[in-house]
Write a new protein. Structure first.
Length: 501
Protein backbone atom coordinates (compact mmCIF):
# COMPACT_ATOMS: atom_id res chain seq x y z
CA UNK A 1 0.00 0.00 0.00
CA UNK A 2 1.39 3.38 -0.99
CA UNK A 3 1.83 5.99 1.79
CA UNK A 4 -0.90 8.33 0.53
CA UNK A 5 -3.31 5.41 0.16
CA UNK A 6 -2.76 4.56 3.84
CA UNK A 7 -3.19 8.24 4.73
CA UNK A 8 -6.41 8.40 2.69
CA UNK A 9 -7.85 5.34 4.44
CA UNK A 10 -6.99 6.72 7.88
CA UNK A 11 -8.60 10.05 7.07
CA UNK A 12 -11.75 8.53 5.57
CA UNK A 13 -12.11 6.26 8.64
CA UNK A 14 -11.91 9.37 10.85
CA UNK A 15 -14.52 11.12 8.68
CA UNK A 16 -16.91 8.19 9.02
CA UNK A 17 -16.32 8.16 12.77
CA UNK A 18 -17.16 11.89 13.02
CA UNK A 19 -20.29 11.23 10.97
CA UNK A 20 -21.26 8.42 13.35
CA UNK A 21 -20.68 10.63 16.41
CA UNK A 22 -22.77 13.39 14.89
CA UNK A 23 -25.62 10.97 14.18
CA UNK A 24 -25.48 9.26 17.59
CA UNK A 25 -25.42 12.51 19.51
CA UNK A 26 -28.10 13.84 17.16
CA UNK A 27 -26.03 16.97 17.20
CA UNK A 28 -26.20 19.08 14.12
CA UNK A 29 -23.59 21.26 15.75
CA UNK A 30 -21.79 23.30 13.17
CA UNK A 31 -18.19 22.64 14.31
CA UNK A 32 -18.45 18.83 13.84
CA UNK A 33 -20.28 19.15 10.54
CA UNK A 34 -17.75 21.66 9.30
CA UNK A 35 -14.81 19.42 10.21
CA UNK A 36 -16.47 16.44 8.52
CA UNK A 37 -17.21 18.45 5.37
CA UNK A 38 -13.65 19.82 5.25
CA UNK A 39 -12.13 16.34 5.60
CA UNK A 40 -14.48 14.90 2.96
CA UNK A 41 -13.60 17.60 0.45
CA UNK A 42 -9.89 17.04 1.23
CA UNK A 43 -10.32 13.31 0.56
CA UNK A 44 -12.12 14.01 -2.73
CA UNK A 45 -9.39 16.45 -3.70
CA UNK A 46 -6.64 13.89 -2.98
CA UNK A 47 -8.58 11.35 -5.07
CA UNK A 48 -8.88 13.83 -7.97
CA UNK A 49 -5.14 14.65 -7.80
CA UNK A 50 -4.32 10.93 -7.88
CA UNK A 51 -6.69 10.32 -10.80
CA UNK A 52 -5.19 13.28 -12.68
CA UNK A 53 -1.69 11.89 -12.19
CA UNK A 54 -2.76 8.48 -13.41
CA UNK A 55 -4.65 9.83 -16.44
CA UNK A 56 -1.79 12.06 -17.53
CA UNK A 57 0.77 9.37 -16.63
CA UNK A 58 3.03 11.97 -15.08
CA UNK A 59 6.44 11.17 -13.72
CA UNK A 60 5.78 13.11 -10.51
CA UNK A 61 3.26 11.93 -7.95
CA UNK A 62 2.16 13.09 -4.54
CA UNK A 63 3.57 9.86 -3.14
CA UNK A 64 6.96 10.64 -4.64
CA UNK A 65 6.74 14.24 -3.55
CA UNK A 66 6.30 13.35 0.14
CA UNK A 67 7.96 9.96 0.47
CA UNK A 68 10.74 9.82 -2.19
CA UNK A 69 13.10 7.63 -0.22
CA UNK A 70 10.74 4.78 0.70
CA UNK A 71 9.44 4.68 -2.88
CA UNK A 72 12.90 4.08 -4.33
CA UNK A 73 12.70 0.52 -3.04
CA UNK A 74 9.59 -0.28 -5.10
CA UNK A 75 10.16 -2.49 -8.15
CA UNK A 76 7.70 -0.84 -10.55
CA UNK A 77 7.79 2.42 -12.47
CA UNK A 78 6.65 5.18 -12.74
CA UNK A 79 7.24 5.64 -9.04
CA UNK A 80 4.27 6.25 -6.69
CA UNK A 81 1.51 6.33 -9.27
CA UNK A 82 -1.61 4.62 -8.06
CA UNK A 83 -3.55 1.89 -9.84
CA UNK A 84 -6.36 3.11 -12.08
CA UNK A 85 -9.07 1.13 -10.24
CA UNK A 86 -7.80 2.52 -6.92
CA UNK A 87 -7.95 6.13 -8.15
CA UNK A 88 -11.52 5.58 -9.41
CA UNK A 89 -12.45 4.24 -5.96
CA UNK A 90 -10.79 7.26 -4.28
CA UNK A 91 -12.87 9.68 -6.36
CA UNK A 92 -16.13 7.72 -5.98
CA UNK A 93 -15.77 7.30 -2.22
CA UNK A 94 -14.48 10.88 -1.75
CA UNK A 95 -17.64 12.17 -3.47
CA UNK A 96 -19.75 9.73 -1.39
CA UNK A 97 -18.20 11.08 1.82
CA UNK A 98 -18.86 14.66 0.72
CA UNK A 99 -22.53 13.77 0.04
CA UNK A 100 -22.80 12.40 3.58
CA UNK A 101 -22.47 15.94 4.87
CA UNK A 102 -25.54 17.06 2.91
CA UNK A 103 -29.00 15.83 3.84
CA UNK A 104 -31.19 13.91 1.39
CA UNK A 105 -28.63 12.77 -1.21
CA UNK A 106 -28.80 9.12 -0.30
CA UNK A 107 -29.47 7.60 -3.76
CA UNK A 108 -26.47 9.29 -5.41
CA UNK A 109 -24.28 8.40 -2.42
CA UNK A 110 -25.38 4.78 -2.62
CA UNK A 111 -24.66 4.63 -6.36
CA UNK A 112 -21.14 6.05 -5.84
CA UNK A 113 -20.32 3.79 -2.86
CA UNK A 114 -21.94 0.81 -4.61
CA UNK A 115 -19.75 1.34 -7.69
CA UNK A 116 -16.62 1.50 -5.51
CA UNK A 117 -17.75 -1.65 -3.69
CA UNK A 118 -18.17 -3.43 -7.03
CA UNK A 119 -14.67 -2.45 -8.16
CA UNK A 120 -13.20 -3.64 -4.84
CA UNK A 121 -15.24 -6.83 -5.04
CA UNK A 122 -13.90 -7.53 -8.52
CA UNK A 123 -10.38 -7.09 -7.12
CA UNK A 124 -11.22 -9.54 -4.32
CA UNK A 125 -12.26 -12.13 -6.89
CA UNK A 126 -9.15 -11.35 -8.91
CA UNK A 127 -6.91 -12.03 -5.93
CA UNK A 128 -8.83 -15.17 -4.85
CA UNK A 129 -8.99 -16.72 -8.32
CA UNK A 130 -5.64 -15.32 -9.45
CA UNK A 131 -7.00 -13.18 -12.32
CA UNK A 132 -4.68 -10.18 -12.41
CA UNK A 133 -6.80 -8.18 -14.88
CA UNK A 134 -9.52 -7.98 -12.23
CA UNK A 135 -7.33 -6.14 -9.70
CA UNK A 136 -4.81 -4.56 -12.01
CA UNK A 137 -5.96 -2.53 -14.98
CA UNK A 138 -2.45 -1.15 -15.55
CA UNK A 139 0.67 -2.87 -16.62
CA UNK A 140 2.66 -2.11 -13.48
CA UNK A 141 0.34 -1.16 -10.62
CA UNK A 142 -2.59 -3.14 -9.21
CA UNK A 143 -4.86 -2.96 -6.20
CA UNK A 144 -2.99 -4.70 -3.36
CA UNK A 145 -5.01 -7.13 -1.19
CA UNK A 146 -4.76 -4.83 1.86
CA UNK A 147 -5.92 -1.88 -0.25
CA UNK A 148 -8.87 -3.99 -1.44
CA UNK A 149 -9.85 -4.63 2.19
CA UNK A 150 -9.60 -0.87 2.88
CA UNK A 151 -11.90 -0.05 -0.06
CA UNK A 152 -14.38 -2.75 0.95
CA UNK A 153 -14.59 -1.35 4.48
CA UNK A 154 -14.86 2.32 3.48
CA UNK A 155 -17.44 1.67 0.76
CA UNK A 156 -19.52 -0.43 3.18
CA UNK A 157 -19.16 2.37 5.73
CA UNK A 158 -20.43 4.99 3.26
CA UNK A 159 -23.24 2.68 2.10
CA UNK A 160 -24.53 1.99 5.61
CA UNK A 161 -23.81 5.39 7.17
CA UNK A 162 -27.56 6.17 7.22
CA UNK A 163 -29.14 2.92 8.45
CA UNK A 164 -32.62 4.41 8.36
CA UNK A 165 -32.41 5.41 4.68
CA UNK A 166 -32.17 3.62 1.34
CA UNK A 167 -30.88 0.08 0.85
CA UNK A 168 -29.25 -0.05 4.31
CA UNK A 169 -32.69 0.35 5.90
CA UNK A 170 -33.73 -3.02 4.38
CA UNK A 171 -30.99 -4.77 6.34
CA UNK A 172 -31.38 -3.26 9.81
CA UNK A 173 -34.16 -3.94 12.28
CA UNK A 174 -35.68 -6.96 13.94
CA UNK A 175 -38.57 -7.55 11.57
CA UNK A 176 -38.87 -10.56 9.28
CA UNK A 177 -37.92 -8.79 6.06
CA UNK A 178 -34.62 -7.52 7.52
CA UNK A 179 -33.85 -11.00 8.84
CA UNK A 180 -34.41 -12.56 5.39
CA UNK A 181 -32.42 -9.80 3.69
CA UNK A 182 -29.43 -10.25 6.02
CA UNK A 183 -29.35 -14.04 5.70
CA UNK A 184 -29.76 -14.09 1.95
CA UNK A 185 -27.21 -11.33 1.46
CA UNK A 186 -24.61 -13.27 3.38
CA UNK A 187 -25.33 -16.50 1.48
CA UNK A 188 -25.54 -14.73 -1.90
CA UNK A 189 -22.10 -13.18 -1.41
CA UNK A 190 -20.12 -15.96 0.23
CA UNK A 191 -21.48 -19.09 -1.45
CA UNK A 192 -20.69 -18.37 -5.11
CA UNK A 193 -17.16 -17.24 -4.13
CA UNK A 194 -16.57 -20.41 -2.13
CA UNK A 195 -18.07 -22.83 -4.67
CA UNK A 196 -16.31 -21.04 -7.51
CA UNK A 197 -12.99 -21.45 -5.70
CA UNK A 198 -13.60 -25.15 -5.04
CA UNK A 199 -14.62 -25.71 -8.65
CA UNK A 200 -11.55 -23.83 -9.92
CA UNK A 201 -9.14 -25.75 -7.70
CA UNK A 202 -10.76 -29.05 -8.69
CA UNK A 203 -10.39 -28.08 -12.35
CA UNK A 204 -6.77 -27.03 -11.87
CA UNK A 205 -6.04 -30.37 -10.23
CA UNK A 206 -7.93 -32.05 -13.09
CA UNK A 207 -10.07 -33.81 -10.50
CA UNK A 208 -13.34 -33.19 -12.38
CA UNK A 209 -14.35 -32.60 -15.98
CA UNK A 210 -15.62 -29.12 -16.90
CA UNK A 211 -19.20 -30.38 -17.35
CA UNK A 212 -19.21 -32.30 -14.05
CA UNK A 213 -17.67 -29.28 -12.29
CA UNK A 214 -20.38 -26.92 -13.55
CA UNK A 215 -23.08 -29.45 -12.66
CA UNK A 216 -21.73 -29.87 -9.14
CA UNK A 217 -21.42 -26.09 -8.79
CA UNK A 218 -25.04 -25.64 -9.86
CA UNK A 219 -26.40 -28.46 -7.68
CA UNK A 220 -24.46 -27.28 -4.60
CA UNK A 221 -25.69 -23.72 -5.12
CA UNK A 222 -29.31 -24.85 -5.58
CA UNK A 223 -29.20 -27.11 -2.50
CA UNK A 224 -27.69 -24.45 -0.25
CA UNK A 225 -30.12 -21.78 -1.46
CA UNK A 226 -33.11 -24.09 -0.93
CA UNK A 227 -31.90 -24.99 2.58
CA UNK A 228 -31.37 -21.32 3.46
CA UNK A 229 -34.76 -20.45 2.02
CA UNK A 230 -36.56 -23.13 4.04
CA UNK A 231 -34.63 -22.22 7.16
CA UNK A 232 -35.55 -18.55 6.74
CA UNK A 233 -39.19 -19.39 6.00
CA UNK A 234 -39.31 -21.46 9.21
CA UNK A 235 -37.76 -18.61 11.22
CA UNK A 236 -40.29 -16.19 9.73
CA UNK A 237 -43.19 -18.49 10.54
CA UNK A 238 -42.00 -18.75 14.17
CA UNK A 239 -41.61 -14.99 14.41
CA UNK A 240 -45.07 -14.46 12.84
CA UNK A 241 -46.57 -16.88 15.36
CA UNK A 242 -44.85 -15.10 18.24
CA UNK A 243 -46.13 -11.78 16.96
CA UNK A 244 -49.65 -13.15 16.67
CA UNK A 245 -49.48 -14.64 20.19
CA UNK A 246 -48.24 -11.32 21.55
CA UNK A 247 -51.06 -9.48 19.75
CA UNK A 248 -53.65 -11.93 21.12
CA UNK A 249 -52.21 -11.51 24.60
CA UNK A 250 -52.22 -7.71 24.28
CA UNK A 251 -55.81 -7.81 23.05
CA UNK A 252 -56.85 -10.03 25.94
CA UNK A 253 -55.12 -7.88 28.53
CA UNK A 254 -56.59 -4.71 27.02
CA UNK A 255 -60.04 -6.36 27.12
CA UNK A 256 -59.58 -7.32 30.77
CA UNK A 257 -58.28 -3.80 31.49
CA UNK A 258 -61.44 -2.36 29.94
CA UNK A 259 -63.57 -4.75 32.00
CA UNK A 260 -61.66 -3.84 35.17
CA UNK A 261 -62.13 -0.14 34.41
CA UNK A 262 -65.84 -0.62 33.82
CA UNK A 263 -66.18 -2.52 37.12
CA UNK A 264 -64.24 0.21 38.94
CA UNK A 265 -66.38 2.90 37.31
CA UNK A 266 -69.53 1.05 38.29
CA UNK A 267 -68.29 0.72 41.88
CA UNK A 268 -67.35 4.39 41.94
CA UNK A 269 -70.74 5.39 40.57
CA UNK A 270 -72.46 3.24 43.20
CA UNK A 271 -70.33 4.91 45.92
CA UNK A 272 -71.14 8.39 44.59
CA UNK A 273 -74.84 7.56 44.36
CA UNK A 274 -74.80 6.19 47.90
CA UNK A 275 -73.06 9.30 49.22
CA UNK A 276 -75.41 11.61 47.32
CA UNK A 277 -78.51 9.83 48.65
CA UNK A 278 -77.08 9.69 52.18
CA UNK A 279 -76.17 13.37 52.18
CA UNK A 280 -79.61 14.23 50.88
CA UNK A 281 -81.39 12.03 53.42
CA UNK A 282 -79.29 13.41 56.30
CA UNK A 283 -80.35 16.93 55.44
CA UNK A 284 -84.05 16.23 56.18
CA UNK A 285 -83.69 15.37 59.91
CA UNK A 286 -81.07 18.10 60.20
CA UNK A 287 -83.55 20.68 58.90
CA UNK A 288 -86.05 19.50 61.50
CA UNK A 289 -83.41 19.88 64.24
CA UNK A 290 -82.66 23.39 63.01
CA UNK A 291 -86.39 24.31 62.91
CA UNK A 292 -87.00 23.12 66.48
CA UNK A 293 -83.82 24.72 67.75
CA UNK A 294 -84.85 28.04 66.16
CA UNK A 295 -88.30 27.73 67.78
CA UNK A 296 -86.66 27.22 71.17
CA UNK A 297 -84.36 30.15 70.47
CA UNK A 298 -87.37 32.39 69.78
CA UNK A 299 -88.67 31.41 73.29
CA UNK A 300 -92.16 30.71 71.90
CA UNK A 301 -92.56 27.78 74.31
CA UNK A 302 -91.40 29.91 77.25
CA UNK A 303 -88.23 31.69 78.39
CA UNK A 304 -84.89 29.82 78.52
CA UNK A 305 -82.60 29.64 81.51
CA UNK A 306 -78.91 30.59 81.08
CA UNK A 307 -77.78 26.96 81.00
CA UNK A 308 -80.59 26.01 78.55
CA UNK A 309 -79.49 28.81 76.24
CA UNK A 310 -75.88 27.71 76.36
CA UNK A 311 -76.92 24.13 75.53
CA UNK A 312 -79.13 25.36 72.70
CA UNK A 313 -76.20 27.29 71.24
CA UNK A 314 -74.11 24.11 71.26
CA UNK A 315 -76.93 22.25 69.44
CA UNK A 316 -77.10 25.03 66.81
CA UNK A 317 -73.33 25.06 66.37
CA UNK A 318 -73.19 21.29 65.90
CA UNK A 319 -76.09 21.45 63.47
CA UNK A 320 -74.31 24.10 61.37
CA UNK A 321 -71.12 22.08 61.43
CA UNK A 322 -72.88 18.90 60.35
CA UNK A 323 -74.74 20.75 57.61
CA UNK A 324 -71.53 22.24 56.16
CA UNK A 325 -69.89 18.80 56.16
CA UNK A 326 -72.89 17.30 54.39
CA UNK A 327 -72.82 20.15 51.86
CA UNK A 328 -69.14 19.45 51.19
CA UNK A 329 -69.82 15.74 50.73
CA UNK A 330 -72.72 16.50 48.39
CA UNK A 331 -70.58 18.83 46.25
CA UNK A 332 -67.76 16.29 46.18
CA UNK A 333 -70.01 13.44 45.05
CA UNK A 334 -71.50 15.69 42.38
CA UNK A 335 -68.00 16.51 41.10
CA UNK A 336 -66.93 12.85 41.25
CA UNK A 337 -69.96 11.64 39.34
CA UNK A 338 -69.23 14.22 36.62
CA UNK A 339 -72.80 15.47 36.79
CA UNK A 340 -71.78 19.01 37.64
CA UNK A 341 -72.92 21.69 35.18
CA UNK A 342 -71.86 25.33 35.10
CA UNK A 343 -74.22 28.19 34.38
CA UNK A 344 -71.56 30.66 33.20
CA UNK A 345 -72.45 34.36 33.15
CA UNK A 346 -70.98 37.79 33.96
CA UNK A 347 -70.76 38.18 37.73
CA UNK A 348 -70.37 41.62 39.37
CA UNK A 349 -67.35 41.16 41.64
CA UNK A 350 -68.42 43.51 44.39
CA UNK A 351 -71.87 42.05 44.92
CA UNK A 352 -70.60 38.44 45.05
CA UNK A 353 -67.95 39.40 47.61
CA UNK A 354 -70.57 41.26 49.67
CA UNK A 355 -72.72 38.11 49.62
CA UNK A 356 -69.76 35.94 50.70
CA UNK A 357 -69.03 38.39 53.54
CA UNK A 358 -72.67 38.33 54.62
CA UNK A 359 -72.56 34.54 54.94
CA UNK A 360 -69.23 34.39 56.77
CA UNK A 361 -69.65 37.51 58.94
CA UNK A 362 -71.47 35.88 61.91
CA UNK A 363 -68.73 33.25 62.25
CA UNK A 364 -66.00 35.91 61.91
CA UNK A 365 -67.66 38.08 64.54
CA UNK A 366 -67.95 35.10 66.87
CA UNK A 367 -64.20 34.55 66.53
CA UNK A 368 -63.42 38.26 66.71
CA UNK A 369 -61.91 38.27 63.21
CA UNK A 370 -62.30 41.32 60.91
CA UNK A 371 -63.24 41.01 57.23
CA UNK A 372 -62.15 43.70 54.77
CA UNK A 373 -62.19 44.03 50.97
CA UNK A 374 -60.03 46.05 48.62
CA UNK A 375 -60.68 46.59 44.90
CA UNK A 376 -57.82 47.57 42.67
CA UNK A 377 -58.77 50.47 40.39
CA UNK A 378 -57.57 48.59 37.35
CA UNK A 379 -59.47 45.37 38.08
CA UNK A 380 -62.50 44.74 35.95
CA UNK A 381 -65.86 45.01 37.61
CA UNK A 382 -67.10 41.60 36.49
CA UNK A 383 -65.76 38.06 36.09
CA UNK A 384 -67.07 35.11 34.03
CA UNK A 385 -68.31 32.10 35.95
CA UNK A 386 -71.17 30.33 37.67
CA UNK A 387 -72.29 32.68 40.50
CA UNK A 388 -73.35 29.86 42.83
CA UNK A 389 -70.03 28.07 42.47
CA UNK A 390 -67.96 31.24 42.72
CA UNK A 391 -69.81 32.06 45.93
CA UNK A 392 -69.11 28.55 47.26
CA UNK A 393 -65.37 28.98 46.60
CA UNK A 394 -65.23 32.44 48.19
CA UNK A 395 -67.18 31.31 51.26
CA UNK A 396 -64.88 28.32 51.62
CA UNK A 397 -61.68 30.39 51.36
CA UNK A 398 -62.94 33.08 53.74
CA UNK A 399 -64.29 30.46 56.21
CA UNK A 400 -60.92 28.71 56.20
CA UNK A 401 -59.24 32.06 56.89
CA UNK A 402 -61.60 32.67 59.80
CA UNK A 403 -61.23 29.10 61.04
CA UNK A 404 -57.43 29.15 61.08
CA UNK A 405 -56.98 32.77 62.30
CA UNK A 406 -56.24 33.80 65.84
CA UNK A 407 -58.88 35.96 67.58
CA UNK A 408 -58.33 39.62 66.69
CA UNK A 409 -56.94 38.71 63.25
CA UNK A 410 -57.97 40.12 59.87
CA UNK A 411 -59.09 38.50 56.61
CA UNK A 412 -58.51 40.85 53.71
CA UNK A 413 -59.75 40.40 50.15
CA UNK A 414 -57.97 42.19 47.32
CA UNK A 415 -59.05 42.09 43.66
CA UNK A 416 -56.62 42.98 40.90
CA UNK A 417 -55.78 42.21 37.28
CA UNK A 418 -53.94 38.89 36.86
CA UNK A 419 -51.74 37.47 34.10
CA UNK A 420 -53.92 37.09 30.95
CA UNK A 421 -54.11 33.52 29.58
CA UNK A 422 -54.44 33.00 25.83
CA UNK A 423 -55.49 36.61 25.40
CA UNK A 424 -58.31 36.36 28.00
CA UNK A 425 -58.08 38.88 30.85
CA UNK A 426 -57.78 37.35 34.32
CA UNK A 427 -58.93 38.74 37.67
CA UNK A 428 -57.09 37.59 40.79
CA UNK A 429 -58.98 37.56 44.09
CA UNK A 430 -56.48 37.37 46.97
CA UNK A 431 -57.82 36.06 50.29
CA UNK A 432 -55.19 36.80 52.92
CA UNK A 433 -55.35 35.83 56.57
CA UNK A 434 -53.06 36.44 59.50
CA UNK A 435 -53.50 32.95 60.89
CA UNK A 436 -51.15 30.10 61.74
CA UNK A 437 -50.03 29.51 58.13
CA UNK A 438 -49.29 26.21 56.40
CA UNK A 439 -45.92 24.36 56.40
CA UNK A 440 -44.26 24.59 52.97
CA UNK A 441 -44.07 20.81 52.64
CA UNK A 442 -47.85 20.56 52.90
CA UNK A 443 -48.74 23.32 50.45
CA UNK A 444 -49.24 21.02 47.49
CA UNK A 445 -51.18 18.46 49.53
CA UNK A 446 -53.87 20.69 50.98
CA UNK A 447 -55.77 20.56 47.68
CA UNK A 448 -56.02 16.75 47.91
CA UNK A 449 -59.46 15.46 49.01
CA UNK A 450 -59.69 14.65 52.75
CA UNK A 451 -56.26 16.12 53.48
CA UNK A 452 -55.88 18.12 56.68
CA UNK A 453 -52.63 19.51 58.01
CA UNK A 454 -53.56 18.79 61.61
CA UNK A 455 -54.61 15.22 62.14
CA UNK A 456 -56.36 13.37 64.95
CA UNK A 457 -56.09 14.69 68.47
CA UNK A 458 -54.14 17.82 67.58
CA UNK A 459 -57.07 18.96 65.47
CA UNK A 460 -59.27 21.68 66.95
CA UNK A 461 -61.16 22.86 63.87
CA UNK A 462 -64.11 21.28 62.14
CA UNK A 463 -64.29 20.19 58.49
CA UNK A 464 -63.58 17.04 56.55
CA UNK A 465 -60.76 18.26 54.31
CA UNK A 466 -62.84 18.64 51.16
CA UNK A 467 -63.25 22.41 50.90
CA UNK A 468 -60.07 23.22 48.98
CA UNK A 469 -60.32 20.15 46.72
CA UNK A 470 -63.85 21.24 45.79
CA UNK A 471 -62.82 24.89 45.39
CA UNK A 472 -59.97 24.12 43.02
CA UNK A 473 -62.09 21.72 40.93
CA UNK A 474 -64.91 24.24 40.69
CA UNK A 475 -62.48 27.06 39.79
CA UNK A 476 -60.84 24.95 37.09
CA UNK A 477 -64.29 23.99 35.79
CA UNK A 478 -64.82 27.72 35.16
CA UNK A 479 -61.38 28.13 33.45
CA UNK A 480 -59.90 29.57 36.64
CA UNK A 481 -57.65 28.21 39.38
CA UNK A 482 -56.84 28.45 43.08
CA UNK A 483 -53.23 28.81 44.26
CA UNK A 484 -51.74 29.27 47.70
CA UNK A 485 -48.71 30.82 49.32
CA UNK A 486 -48.07 30.78 53.04
CA UNK A 487 -45.53 31.54 55.72
CA UNK A 488 -45.89 29.34 58.77
CA UNK A 489 -46.83 31.38 61.83
CA UNK A 490 -47.58 34.51 59.77
CA UNK A 491 -50.57 33.63 57.59
CA UNK A 492 -51.68 32.35 54.21
CA UNK A 493 -52.82 33.91 50.94
CA UNK A 494 -55.13 32.00 48.62
CA UNK A 495 -55.42 33.45 45.12
CA UNK A 496 -58.55 32.66 43.14
CA UNK A 497 -58.01 33.50 39.47
CA UNK A 498 -61.11 33.88 37.31
CA UNK A 499 -61.53 34.87 33.66
CA UNK A 500 -62.39 38.55 33.38
CA UNK A 501 -64.67 40.16 30.85
P1 LIG B 1 -61.18 21.63 55.92
O1 LIG B 1 -61.04 23.09 56.15
O2 LIG B 1 -62.57 21.17 55.85
O3 LIG B 1 -60.32 20.79 56.81
P2 LIG B 1 -60.04 22.29 53.38
O4 LIG B 1 -59.89 21.46 52.15
O5 LIG B 1 -60.76 23.55 53.27
O6 LIG B 1 -60.64 21.33 54.46
O7 LIG B 1 -58.56 22.57 53.90
C1 LIG B 1 -57.66 21.51 54.00
C2 LIG B 1 -56.63 21.80 55.06
O8 LIG B 1 -55.78 22.87 54.62
C3 LIG B 1 -57.21 22.27 56.35
O9 LIG B 1 -57.57 21.18 57.15
C4 LIG B 1 -56.05 23.06 56.94
O10 LIG B 1 -55.16 22.16 57.57
C5 LIG B 1 -55.38 23.66 55.73
N1 LIG B 1 -55.83 25.05 55.50
C6 LIG B 1 -56.76 25.46 54.62
N2 LIG B 1 -56.90 26.81 54.65
C7 LIG B 1 -56.03 27.25 55.59
C8 LIG B 1 -55.69 28.56 56.10
N3 LIG B 1 -56.27 29.67 55.66
N4 LIG B 1 -54.73 28.64 57.06
C9 LIG B 1 -54.12 27.52 57.51
N5 LIG B 1 -54.41 26.26 57.08
C10 LIG B 1 -55.34 26.13 56.13
Amino acid sequence: MLPWTAFWFGLSGATLWIDYERRERRSQTMPLLRIQRLLSFALLAIGIVMAFQRLTGQEWSINRLFFPRSLEQLPYRPLGLMATNSTICFVLLGAGLVLLTYAGRSLLREILAGAALLIAFLAVLGHIYGVSSLYSLDRYAGMAPITVVGFLLISLGVLTARPAEGAASLLVGRDGSALVARRLLFVCVTLPILFGLVWLEARRANAVSRELGVSLFVIATVVVFVVVLLWTARAMRISEKRKKDALDEAEMSSRSAIEARETAEKANRAKSDFLAVMSHELRTPLNAIRGYADLLDLEIEGPLTESQRSQLQKIQKSERHLLSMIDDLLSYTQIESGRLTYDVQDIPLKSIIDEAFMITEPRARARNVTLEANFDEASSETVRGDPEKLLQILVNLISNGVKFSHPGGTISLRCCDGQPTNGTPVIDIHVRDSGRGIPESKLSEIFEPFFQVEKGLTRHNDGVGLGLAISRTLARGMSGDVMVSSVEGEGSTFVLSMPGT
